[in-house]
Write a protein that binds this ligand. Sequence first.
Ligand code: ZN
Length: 326
Amino acid sequence: MESKDLNLVALAKHFSDEDKAREFLEKQRWPEGPICPHCGELNNAYRLQPKESKKDKHVRAGVWKCAGCREQFTVTVGTIFADSHIPLSKWLLAFHLLCSSKKGMSAHQLHRMLKVTYRSAWFMAHRIRYAMSQEPLSSKLRGVIEIDETYVGGKIRTGPQSVKPGQRPKDRISGYDNKAPVVSVLQRGGRVQSMHVQRVTAENLRPVIAQMVAEDAHIMTDSSTVLAGVLKCHKHDQVNHKAKEYVRHEDGLCITTNAIEGYFAILKRGINGVYHHVGKQHLHRYLSEFDFRYNERHVTDGERTLAAIKQTGGKRLMLRDSQLPN
Ligand SMILES: [Zn+2]
């Protein structure tokens, strides 16, 4: 089966069997033969067969033994699937559902569709988001870069009705006090990378931009004053949204932030419409999910699913340190 043809029907039909699902995962993670996670040797391992004659069925299916270091392993060792009791066939379906749903999928829906507990569904979704997280960029973004900030999360009720008896109006909190700021850097025609920052200040944004954006990049923003201060060393153009200016043409170049605004529109529809409430401590994982789907937007759902599955390796230890519940 071609990877571009991989869809839910094909997954359910061909990989509902646990052995087939494992073989599929082995093929994706080890296209050139098994890699020992203990010593790193490629293609120097053999399958251990359960010895039925001796009634010794303790050898699980899918166990390999490395001829180099003599250690045993399976395809899930050192991946986000490690120590999971969820069948791999359900994991594959969950990957496909999250990779093909433009605005994401809630843990409640995964729980109903996959017949796993809500807790398991929540955990699976977070591990998949973790697999989707991108490595720090190896080179800085060049060319035309759009940068913008947005605020996601619950809005606190404001206005006269929010003032409780005994409170003075000036004690009122702003509607933005409960929202989490997100800054995204988008290379036009290329990738996006988003991050949750505590506050949108020049001090917080300066290191982020210095780390991600090449000095010779041409940066476009709206008329946010914070970003203007940060971008002094870059070629920088602004569109003035307050004056209803959204697109302007200068020297054959389109000055606009429409690409990043479009990205934020999808992010907000997902966070507000599908996930409803995203805790600030988990927000970076949801950003990984939306960034990943955007960055893999030019391929089919099946190819996007495989791209995420291929990123499952080498991520287990870091997961242990994360804030995921046990
Ligand atoms: Zn080994």
